[in-house]
Design a protein around this ligand. Structure first.
Ligand SMILES: *Cc1c(COP(=O)(O)O)cnc(C)c1O
Length: 457
């Protein structure tokens, strides 16, 4: 095909905008870019038919269109799925968000006095109350919380931070504790061995330049066998004898005893950490807490106040939308004592849901699926996990829909579900495609049945 025969941008854009609902300038820009690279290919001696070019552009554009943030039905059985946006929000939080987002608010305004007010002061008090802490605050995420803690406590000459070699974890997305330390200007002092670190290892590493001891919860992996580490109370005593604080990054921040909620491991709570002598804890807002992406810092009032005075705090502060959702989530815990039968925190409810209820929903969905021509479908016992770098060994009994495709490949089936509206993500297990109901909301069941009927009918 010659260059002059390349499809016209305008014509292609008109035809594609009938099926792809992106803003027209975006479609035009995309097509222009694609055509330029085809032009170059042809100039370089390549060949292609007009149809090949149009098909390729259509495919690439629909790929691009699918990258726009959109709702996904999570059938993976992974409750806190970092790729799928971690914790979903409850209706109370979502309604509050709508209310604050669509108007003005008292973000930094004192209504009774009619003067400038303090951002997040209600939230900070509620957080401190829930965590039984002297003080608390919130920033954009747990990584930011750790950076600002370190910037505040470990700077200048006194910047040595002692960490056990068993806790130099990679959090995910390639983000490693040693690198976070470096970013914040702290100097990492590694002690102990991977599997064992003794109190004496910490004690021997203390110098006049020690800023703090940092503990990092091994939230995304499990260490068993020949292991040892000192008690937090011992470490706390050691740190305080030398006049510096003990800080812990506990990662997921469960508010309740997770082992009472579901047949899973006990996850450390910030309350217990503080009680055991940790001076400052930080954890994520969108893992087991079930709130928005945020990083919560709690502990000694003097330390929290110092952190808030850091110029860098301004760069990691939460916006009004996050503050709204976080304040609703914390209120929800204070109102319901984290009782999953009462709380509007979806992560907690999903964690505690009974397999009987999940089975009843599976039966209901199956009853809505007429006889399929391209697959057999049934319900099976499955295993859900918490995910999100929490409780790596947790296995939560669950129920899944299991599809054995006959007239379509597994790949085609899962791709069709992923690219449908709404998008549905599941997992394959041997030759079956599975959708775990523990992470699918009851109000999504009809969509699941409809999509399966559509694709496999
Ligand atoms: C998940 C995790 C983090 C990172 O939290 P973000 O809120 O994603 O920044 C930090 N530390 C630990 C131990 C974690 O598990």
């Amino acid at each position: 095909m010659s260059l002059r025969e390349l499809p016209s941008v305008e014509k292609l854009a008109n035809s594609l905008s009938k099926t792809i609902t992106l803003p027209k300038p975006l479609i035009i820009g995309f097509i222009r870019h694609e055509l330029n690279s085809w032009r170059q290919k042809l100039l370089d001696g390549g060949s292609a038919t007009r149809e090949e070019i149009e098909t390729s552009i259509t495919e690439n554009l629909s790929h691009f269109s699918a990258s726009k943030l959109q709702p996904v039905i999570n059938g993976t059985g992974v409750l806190i799925h970092t790729n799928l946006g971690r914790s979903p929000l409850g209706k109370t939080a979502a309604n509050a968000l709508q209310n604050i987002a669509t108007g003005y608010s008292n973000l930094e305004f004192n209504l009774p006095e009619g003067t400038r007010g303090k951002r997040a002061s209600y939230l900070e008090t509620a957080l401190a109350c829930l965590l039984d802490a002297e003080a608390a605050t919130a920033v954009n995420n747990c990584a930011a919380a750790l950076v600002i803690i370190l910037r505040h406590l470990a700077n200048g000459k006194k910047n040595e931070v002692i960490v056990s070699r068993g806790e130099l974890v990679e959090i995910g997305g390639g983000f490693r504790i040693p690198e976070i330390l470096e970013t914040s200007g702290a100097k990492l002092i590694e002690v102990g061995a991977t599997n064992k670190t003794h109190l004496s290892d910490y004690a021997d590493a203390i110098t006049p330049n020690t800023a703090l001891i940092l503990k990092v919860h091994r939230s995304n992996f499990y260490m068993g066998g020949f292991t040892a580490e000192p008690e937090v109370t011992e470490l706390s005593e050691l740190a305080h004898q030398h006049g510096f604080p003990l800080v812990e990054d506990i990662g997921s921040g469960a508010m309740m005893n997770t082992d009472e909620l579901a047949p899973i491991d006990h996850e450390p709570t910030p309350q217990a950490a503080l009680k055991n002598g940790i001076d400052l804890v930080c954890f994520s807002g969108d893992k087991l807490l079930g709130g928005p992406q945020s990083g919560i810092i709690a502990g000694k009032a003097e330390l929290v106040a110092g952190i808030k005075k850091e110029p860098f705090f301004r760069a990691v502060r939460c916006d009004k939308l996050i503050l709204t959702v976080l304040q609703e989530s914390i209120d929800e815990y204070l109102r319901t004592q984290a009782d999953p039968s009462k709380t509007d925190i979806p992560t907690l409810r999903n964690l505690a849901e009974t397999t009987e209820n999940l089975q009843a929903r599976a039966d209901q969905i199956l009853s809505k699926i007429s006889s399929l021509s391209k697959a057999e479908i049934t319900s099976i016992a499955s295993t859900a996990t918490t995910g999100g770098g929490t409780m790596p060994t947790s296995q939560i009994p669950s129920i899944a829909l299991s599809v054995t495709p006959t007239g379509i490949s597994l790949n085609k089936l899962s791709r069709a579900l992923r690219t449908g509206t709404p998008a549905i993500v599941g997992y394959t297990d041997q030759e079956k495609f599975c959708l775990d109901l523990r992470t699918i909301f009851p109000w999504q069941d009809d969509d699941v049945a409809a999509q399966l009927n559509n694709i496999l009918g």
